[in-house]
Design a protein around this ligand. Structure first.
Ligand SMILES: [Zn+2]
Ligand SMILES: [Zn+2]
Length: 218
């Protein structure tokens, strides 16, 4: 509703016409191979594990994202999440569906937002993205996860890991293969905690899919 009343301005560059102009859309940095086979980090050549994920226990089999989380992607995600520009969910899903083949899974799940955030925003961006992708990929989207407590903490890897450890549980028995959807993959801790909860509930293989992925330097 709000979307219709607001003047259409690109949330990245401010130019008029649409919420994401063609130029800014084209310039979002698509994540292209070679990538780490496990965590999806861009690498110099294809590897099974990279410096970012080596030695970490990750409950997901692979993590993939459509674009790098650069300044433009950050602005887009911010507007999408905080200003409730829901149409951007469709844009984000389209970018994901263009970049990634449909995962070979029985269902999509999404990272649940904590209650406070959900009330504040009135929507969960990860859930909206999952619903859009479910339609594009023709895979059912199921509310397989819930929060046991607490908010999300992003920033340092250690802070995120502490905040999400044990933060999710499955709402019931999970299908055999699941892809868990989130808006941004930051350190992988949230994806790993979600995947871990799904595997405890019976999933044998969990893939993580995000719209954007933080990129480490060096
Ligand atoms: Zn623009
Ligand atoms: Zn990796």
């Amino acid at each position: 509703m709000l979307d219709l009343l607001l003047p259409q301005r690109c949330v990245v560059c401010g130019s008029g016409g649409s919420q994401l102009c063609g130029g800014c859309r084209d310039e979002l940095p698509r994540l292209e191979p070679p990538l780490c086979g496990r965590c999806g980090a861009p690498t110099a050549w294809p590897v099974e594990r990279c410096r970012e994920c080596a030695g970490r226990r990750l409950a997901f089999a692979t993590a993939r994202a459509a674009v790098g989380y650069d300044e433009a992607a950050r602005r887009l995600v911010h507007a999408w999440k905080e200003r409730g520009l829901r149409r951007l969910s469709a844009e984000a899903a389209q970018l994901v569906a263009e970049r990634l083949p449909p995962p070979e899974v029985d269902a999509l799940a999404f990272v649940p937002s904590d209650r406070g955030r959900r009330l504040e925003r009135g929507h969960n961006p990860a859930e909206r993205l999952a619903l859009e992708l479910a339609a594009a990929w023709e895979i059912p989207c199921l509310p397989l996860l819930e929060r046991t407590r607490g908010g999300r903490q992003r920033g340092s890897s250690a802070a995120e890991r502490r905040a999400v450890r044990g933060a999710f549980r499955a709402t019931g028995r999970a299908p055999r293969r699941v892809a868990v959807i989130d808006d941004v993959y930051t350190t992988g801790a949230t994806a790993a905690a979600s995947a871990s909860a799904l595997r405890k509930a019976g999933a044998r293989r969990v893939e993580a899919v995000a719209f954007a992925r933080a990129l480490r330097r060096g």
